[in-house]
Every structure is written in structure tokens, then in C-alpha cells.
Design a protein around this ligand. Structure first.
Ligand SMILES: Cc1cc2nc3c(=O)[nH]c(=O)nc-3n(C[C@H](O)[C@H](O)[C@H](O)COP(=O)(O)OP(=O)(O)OC[C@H]3O[C@@H](n4cnc5c(N)ncnc54)[C@H](O)[C@@H]3O)c2cc1C
Length: 397
């Protein structure tokens, strides 16, 4: 017996957005999440302009923009010389009515999608429920779960593994997660501090081999995200004790600061050997992970979701060819490996290592920033990069 058309494992932003798209299309969806509620740790907070179309298609863009806020400025600061590169992204208005970025914690996106999902009769959410394994056959997938009522099995026609970097679904499929782990640790902090009095705009990259940082205003009310890097050989459990010393180098403004939340992160560049095996697909961090410089982690996860839900809905509801899911899987994997992964590595090298120090590589990167500031064509071309991370649903071609 089939209990649901689709089981989505993982209630992060990828899982909730995919589940919402499927349910709105008429697919019967069950989302299982191990935690008791949406996880609030400080993670993705920047939604590039190119991601707003997909939120619009789901009917949640306006609500997201009300909860988060929109902004269009950038400032890159080369700390060693004090040279600053400032520009806005309004030039993408040539291709979209949404010519700005949105900043908002990823937990807020998951929460908005969760509330929309709860209002639909064909969607179920199970909290405190761990996926522990699966067996698939020609007609469906039997998923093993451990929840508040103990162990149980649920059966669905299709399963989506959106259970993050440590994905149990990926492991159950026997897929490898190829790539590397960085030797440094990132520290993401949510803080109150008057960055504006130090000349900072709403999105800032500080280029420096020791005190490189990504500093972004994440709420209208003035909560900021400051992410910096430390040596991963330092003990992780005492990372918070080192924050005051780091902030002496990182905070430019007047007055003090107040840390609301802080979290250390191991960073990886990894990609699953395939995003589909039989009746199970992987999306978001379960399929690929990157260091967060440039903000391509959630970006690629949401682009997976935007192309996946119409494809799977067509297979489930209209009997479309299942091979469309292979096309989806191959295209999403290629986008990650050929575009997002190399660019995220390059951004990390630039912002957090200043391209290895003075020399032609750093000169070229800084000249690229100067060109971006003064030349609208260069700016447009570079800003179109994140649009190139999107693929359409193969079912809609
Ligand atoms: C410091 C930092 C800053 C970042 N900033 C950005 C940014 O600005 N822009 C950007 O694009 N990306 C950013 N990222 C990356 C981004 O956070 C991730 O790509 C994003 O969280 C992926 O979402 P997801 O839903 O795929 O996975 P997750 O958010 O990891 O969600 C997975 C969910 O699955 C659940 N789960 C796990 N195992 C099981 C199980 N066995 N059973 C049931 N449920 C399970 C988990 O509890 C979790 O809720 C950042 C990352 C970090 C670390």
C-alpha cells in the first residue's frame, strides 16, 4: 500500500520549498524532520536576485520580502590598502522586475513554506522523526522512520533526500560524496553592532588573509551576520571565547556589540556521485556542499528545488517520463561541479586568503572589482553568474 506520493526527508529550506511546490501542484506529500522544530542556527541569509523568481512562482516572494528585507548594495574592502569597491545591482533590472537581493535567515524561509504547507490538505509534516533507512522496488520506496511513537515504516512512490550534508538518505543509497574538507573553520555570528558608522554598506566582503570576513545586515532592525575564519586546529568547544579578540579586528563601527548567536562550521566542497537512484533523488546540501563565500549553498539548493518539484509533479500527476528526473539530476550536478564549486573556491581564495598574497593573481582580482564598479556591462555580466546556476524543469520545455 502506498501512504504518500512523495516523502521528503529533511525540513530545511530545500525540503520545505520542494514539499510546498509539490503540494501546491496537487501531489500528496509527507515531510519528515528529525528535529522538534525548524533549526535556527545562523546559516544562509542572502538570496541573490535570481532566486526571487522561484519564490514568486510559489507565491511566497512578497511574504519573504516582508519578513526579510531587500537591498541592492555591495561593498568589498581590501583591508591591507583600505581600497573599497562599492556598487549596486540595479543593472539586472534589464532581465527581472526583482533587481535586488533579499536578506533573511534561512530558517525564516523554511518557516514561511512550513506554514503554507500546513494549510494544505494534501501535506503532512512529522517532527521528531528520523529517517533510518529505505528499500525500493519497482512500485515504490519503503522508508524506515523512528519517531515519538517508535519505529514505523511508510511507503511512497518517490523519496526526496533533503536531509543536509550528513544525509542518511544519500548513505542509504550507497552514493559517495566526493570532494574535500577545508583545513579552516568558519565562525558565523549574529550580532548587533553599528557597522554603518564604520562606512559599511548592507553586504560587505572584507578581503584579508587573516581577518577576511563576510558581513551582511540580515534584518531591517539591525541584526548583522559576521562570518570569519579560524584555524580548525584550535579547539572547537572554545570558539566563543575567541570571538572578542576576533571582533577587535573585524568590527569597524562605534560603540560595542552584542552577540545574539554564534556557531562554528566545518567547510567542504563535496558532491554526490549521482542525484538520482531509482525512486529516490537528492537535493540541496544532501547532494552538494560548498564553503559559503558567495552564498552558493542555499542558492544551488533552491535552484534544485525549483526545477525538481515541477518535474516530479509531472511524473506523479501526469505520467510524464521518469527519465526527466535523470535529466534534472544530471543538469543539477553539472551546475554544481562546473559553476558553483569553482566560483565558491575562487571567492574563498580572494576574500579569506587575498589570493595567497600580493602578486598578479591578487592584482587581477582587484582590477576585476574596479572594472565592476565603473563599467555597467562588466557588472551586468558578473551579476548574471547566479542566474546561470538555475536550470528549468525538464518537464516544462
Ligand atoms: C556559515 C554559513 C553561512 C551560509 N550562508 C549562505 C548564504 O548566505 N547563501 C547560501 O546560498 N548558502 C549559505 N550557506 C549554505 C546553506 O546554509 C546550506 O546550503 C543550506 O542549509 C542547505 O539547506 P538544506 O535544506 O539542503 O539542508 P539543511 O539546512 O542542512 O537541512 C537539512 C534538514 O534535514 C534534517 N535531517 C537531517 N538528517 C535527518 C534524518 N535522518 N531524518 C530526518 N531529518 C533529518 C535536519 O535536521 C535539517 O533540518 C551557509 C552555510 C553556512 C555554514
Amino acid at each position: 500500500m502506498i501512504d504518500h506520493d512523495v516523502i521528503v526527508v529533511g525540513g530545511g529550506p530545500t525540503g520545505f520549498v520542494t514539499a510546498l511546490g509539490l503540494a501546491q501542484a496537487g501531489v500528496d506529500v509527507c515531510l519528515v524532520e528529525a528535529a522538534a522544530d525548524i533549526v535556527e542556527s545562523p546559516r544562509a541569509c542572502v538570496y541573490h536576485w535570481s532566486m526571487l523568481d522561484g519564490l514568486e512562482r510559489l507565491g511566497i516572494r512578497e511574504e519573504c520580502e516582508g519578513v526579510g528585507y531587500t537591498k541592492d548594495d555591495y561593498r568589498w574592502l581590501h583591508k591591507a590598502t583600505g581600497e573599497a569597491f562599492e556598487y549596486d545591482i540595479s543593472v539586472v533590472g534589464r532581465v527581472t522586475p526583482f533587481n535586488y537581493n533579499m536578506n533573511m535567515g534561512q530558517d525564516k524561509l523554511a518557516d514561511i513554506a512550513r506554514r503554507r504547507l500546513e494549510a494544505l490538505g494534501n501535506a503532512t509534516i512529522r517532527w521528531n522523526t528520523h529517517f533510518t533507512g529505505l528499500v525500493q522496488d519497482d512500485d515504490g520506496v519503503t522508508v524506515s522512520l523512528e519517531g515519538p511513537e517508535g519505529r514505523e515504516e511508510l511507503r511512497a512512490k518517490w523519496v526526496i533526500g533533503a536531509d543536509g550534508a550528513g544525509s542518511e538518505v544519500r548513505k542509504a543509497l550507497g552514493l559517495s560524496f566526493d570532494g574535500m574538507t577545508w583545513p579552516e573553520r568558519f565562525v558565523a555570528t549574529n550580532i548587533h553592532h553599528d557597522f554603518e558608522s564604520g562606512g559599511y554598506l548592507q553586504s560587505n566582503m572584507v578581503i584579508d588573509p587573516q581577518w577576511g570576513a563576510v558581513i551582511v545586515k540580515i534584518t531591517r532592525e539591525g541584526l548583522w551576520r559576521c562570518t570569519y575564519m579560524e584555524d580548525a586546529n584550535l579547539p572547537e568547544e572554545s570558539f566563543a571565547e575567541r570571538i572578542p579578540a576576533a571582533f577587535e579586528h573585524l568590527l569597524p563601527g562605534r560603540g560595542g556589540y552584542d552577540v545574539v548567536m554564534a556557531s562554528p562550521y566545518k567547510m567542504h566542497q563535496r558532491c554526490a556521485s549521482s542525484f538520482r537512484r531509482g525512486r529516490v533523488v537528492l537535493a540541496g546540501d544532501a547532494a552538494h556542499v560548498t564553503n559559503p563565500t558567495g552564498g552558493f549553498g542555499l542558492t544551488t539548493g533552491l535552484f534544485d528545488a525549483y526545477a525538481l518539484w515541477p518535474t516530479l509533479a509531472a511524473v506523479v500527476l501526469e505520467g510524464a517520463d521518469e527519465a526527466l528526473l535523470d535529466t534534472w539530476a544530471e543538469e543539477r550536478r553539472a551546475v554544481f561541479l562546473e559553476k558553483a564549486d569553482p566560483q565558491a573556491r575562487a571567492y574563498k581564495d580572494f576574500v579569506f586568503h587575498a589570493c595567497g598574497g600580493p602578486g598578479p593573481k591578487l592584482d587581477a582580482a582587484l582590477q576585476g572589482m574596479r572594472d565592476m564598479v565603473v563599467d555597467a556591462e562588466v557588472r551586468f555580466k558578473r551579476l548574471m553568474f547566479t542566474k546561470g546556476l538555475e536550470t528549468t524543469s525538464p518537464a516544462e520545455r
